[in-house]
Design a protein around this ligand. Structure first.
Ligand code: PLP
Length: 414
């Protein structure tokens, strides 16, 4: 007997059991009743009965999955729901993050030599992509104020291929002249990409506003619990779906099935969460505006918002869950506020079920010079609230305590 045969004696031989085959996969146990939750499929690879069957799938004669980087059921399940929310004319794709959704649009659609125009108050990493990474890859970019479509028209060049806009700016919550920009894009055959993260499909559909491409950071309000990182990208023209899909599969922008499963679960309550958070946001904005020790409040649902008419026309009764405000003072007052806010977490994100506060000067806008920040009105005592779904009375108490602490620290010369 060879040594290895020696280890596997006849069954029943004590201490030398021959194990049954548990290496191979077994079919799922049958059930007449149906699971109410969505199944989670973490498999990376899919088996086909024979070569012809695989060929049929690759050639599009049969539907099916082959390899998870190229698509998996949990991503498609989630994408279909967000397609419905965004009123997407053609099926969209889920990606591994909001940034990878923007990356998919850029890598799938643009080429070296193309020119991109974008709003100058975008999400921080989008600004970095435009300022540093696209130029490194041979694309040119121009950032303009998007409150006036004339700025976009003025920046057009013959090689302009795309305009990237967020409807509500971060963190000053100004409103883009989106109808004007969409008209400029249509007239010149330039693709309009709308990042609908801040506004969310509860307020606007990027496609209904005239976008050719829509992205959303699913990480934020759509998933809503700060426990997944995901993005969504869709194109109006079905012919653009393939280059987007290729970009995701080739550059590896694929989402994890677990994240997709979690986000789909979060999506069930999206509308309820959004309504409650927005209701809280309006109350908070109005309350802060009346507090001693608050300088300015920025909320598109208030009559003192600089773009109130545009906000009313574009957002209707849905000014959203984001509120920004300033206090007199500087870093010392910012620290005093943060320390006194109780359960409101100081965290550089948005869209969580619980209220979070961020400090743009030290996070999203730290890459700017002080003069650039000053020009945008982002001082050391500028704050952005992502309002959650808590009891509004609790939030008003906590914010009141925070503002009072900052006010005291100013009076004490801190
Ligand atoms: C967060 C955010 C992104 C990026 O999303 P991630 O999921 O963090 O990659 C893009 N745009 C906006 C407006 C965002 O708020």
């Amino acid at each position: 007997m060879t040594k290895s045969e020696d280890r596997w004696k006849a069954p029943g031989d004590r201490g030398n059991r021959r194990l049954p085959n548990v290496v191979r996969r077994s079919p799922f146990p049958p059930s007449e009743s149906r699971a109410l939750g969505s199944p989670l499929q973490p498999a990376v690879v899919y088996a086909t009965p024979d070569v012809d069957a695989l060929e049929d799938q690759y050639e599009g004669r049969a539907v099916g999955y082959t390899y998870a980087r190229e698509g998996h059921p949990n991503a498609d399940l989630l994408a279909a729901k967000i397609d419905a929310l965004e009123a997407a004319p053609a099926p969209g794709l889920i990606t591994s993050s909001g940034m990878s959704a923007i990356t998919a649009a850029v890598l799938g659609v643009l080429k070296a030599g193309d020119h991109v125009i974008a709003g100058d108050q975008l999400y921080g990493k989008s600004l970095r992509l435009l300022n540093q990474d696209l130029p490194r890859l041979g694309l040119s970019t121009t950032l303009v104020g998007v409150a006036d479509a004339a700025n976009v028209a003025e920046a057009l060049r013959p090689e302009t291929r795309m305009v990237l806009v967020e409807v509500v700016s971060n963190p000053t919550l100004r409103i883009a002249d989106i109808d004007g920009i969409a008209a400029v894009c249509r007239e010149h055959g330039v693709l309009l990409l709308i990042d609908n993260t801040f506004t969310t499909p509860a307020v606007v559909s990027g496609f209904e506003l005239g976008a050719d491409l829509v992205v959303n950071s699913v990480t934020k309000l759509l998933a809503g619990h700060s426990d997944v990182t995901l993005g969504y990208v869709a194109a109006r023209d079905p012919a653009l779906r393939e280059p987007l899909e290729d970009a995701v599969a080739t550059w590896g922008l694929t989402p994890s099935p677990w994240d997709c499963w979690m986000a789909e679960r979060g999506l069930h309550t999206f509308e309820l969460r959004f309504e409650r958070a927005q209701d809280n946001a309006q109350r908070i904005a109005d309350h802060l505006a009346g507090l001693v020790g608050v300088d300015e409040v920025f909320y598109p649902g208030r009559d003192d918002h600089p773009d109130r008419a545009l906000a009313r026309a574009l957002l209707g009764k849905n000014p959203g869950n984001m509120v920004s405000f300033t206090l007199p003072g500087g870093r010392a007052q910012a620290n005093a506020l943060m320390r006194a806010l109780g359960g409101i977490a100081f965290a550089p994100t948005l869209g969580d079920v619980s209220t979070t506060i961020s400090h743009p000067a030290s996070s999203s806008h730290r890459g700017l010079t002080e003069a650039q920040r000053e020009a945008l009105g982002i001082t050391e005592a500028f704050f952005r609230l992502s309002v959650g779904i808590e009891d509004p009375a609790l939030l008003l108490d906590e914010l009141g305590a925070g503002v009072a602490a900052a006010h005291r620290s100013l009076a004490e010369g801190g």
